[in-house]
Design a protein around this ligand. Structure first.
Ligand code: FPP
Length: 252
């Protein structure tokens, strides 16, 4: 891979405690599939197909670098408003991706998880997800976390309702706390993202991981998602490695 390109990255074989800091959790907004397709006179669905193709090398590279969690925004709660034909194409691509790639992801010791309201997905998608989760449940090298029918606001509402369910009837002296919310989010048990990557240039969070991104470093590239490759990933990680993370204090 690009061994110099202005240094760091320098991963060693151990998990943590390596020479340069690799983000534990990377979150990606995979934007720009539609524009990529339009530039080529193709259907939007072809852009999404190219987007799925771009994902696999990124997953493998993250695992190789020692990233612990990779969360990708594959379908938002707002994406239902797209034409039915595009929505269907996205579910078909998800089913195909899981069917074709789960064996290799398993071999790479990647565990597949999801966040979002998966219960509202078409049955074929739910089935494919269940199978992929079951087949990779024992894997511990990296979590590939697919955000499907995911919205940060929706997740927060569901988290608070889950918490309320546990304490119903709510005793008057019971107040929700930050840790109670975190423990009831879809991401419970996962570290917060250290680095958010957004492709295709938009400077927005788009309802992604609203709670969890509180202290994430944000990296935006103009590259459209289908053109995003491991070299681009390295650029993003290098930018992250140059940041001074203070978490609201004075030094990390
Ligand atoms: C944004 O591009 C992308 C999406 C709404 C879907 C992202 C999905 C994939 C990369 C493929 C599906 C993933 C899996 C795991 C099957 P856009 O359509 O908004 O692009 P535009 O802004 O250029 O129109």
């Amino acid at each position: 891979m690009d061994t110099d390109a202005r240094q760091p990255i320098m991963v060693d074989s151990g998990k943590r405690g390596r020479v340069a800091k690799i983000p534990r959790h990377i979150a990606i907004i995979m934007d720009g599939n539609g524009r990529w397709a339009r530039q080529r006179g193709l259907d939007r669905a072809e852009g999404h197909r190219a987007g799925v193709k771009a994902l696999k090398p990124i997953v493998k590279e993250c695992a190789a670098l020692g990233v612990e969690v990779l969360t990708v925004y594959a379908f938002s709660t707002e994406n239902w408003s797209r034409p039915q034909i595009e929505v269907n194409a996205l579910w078909n691509l998800l089913v195909e991706f899981l069917r074709l790639e789960t064996p290799e992801l398993k071999a790479e010791r990647v565990r597949i998880q999801t966040i979002g309201n998966v219960g509202a997905l078409p049955a074929r998608a739910q089935k494919a997800i269940e199978t992929a989760k079951r087949d990779t449940a024992e894997q511990t090298r990296m979590v590939l976390n697919l955000a499907l029918n995911y919205g940060g606001r929706d997740e927060l509402v569901r988290a608070v309702n889950r918490w309320l369910d546990e304490y119903r009837p709510v005793s008057p002296e019971r107040y929700v706390t930050a840790s109670a919310i975190a423990e009831h989010l879809d991401t419970a048990g996962l570290p917060d993202p250290d680095l958010l990557i957004r492709s295709s240039g938009e400077l927005r969070i788009s309802n992604f991981l609203l709670w969890q991104l509180a202290y994430a470093e944000i990296y935006v590239t103009n590259t459209l998602w289908p053109d995003f490759n491991p070299m681009e990933l390295h650029k993003a990680i290098r930018a992250y490695q140059e940041r001074d993370r203070r978490f609201g204090g004075l030094r990390e």
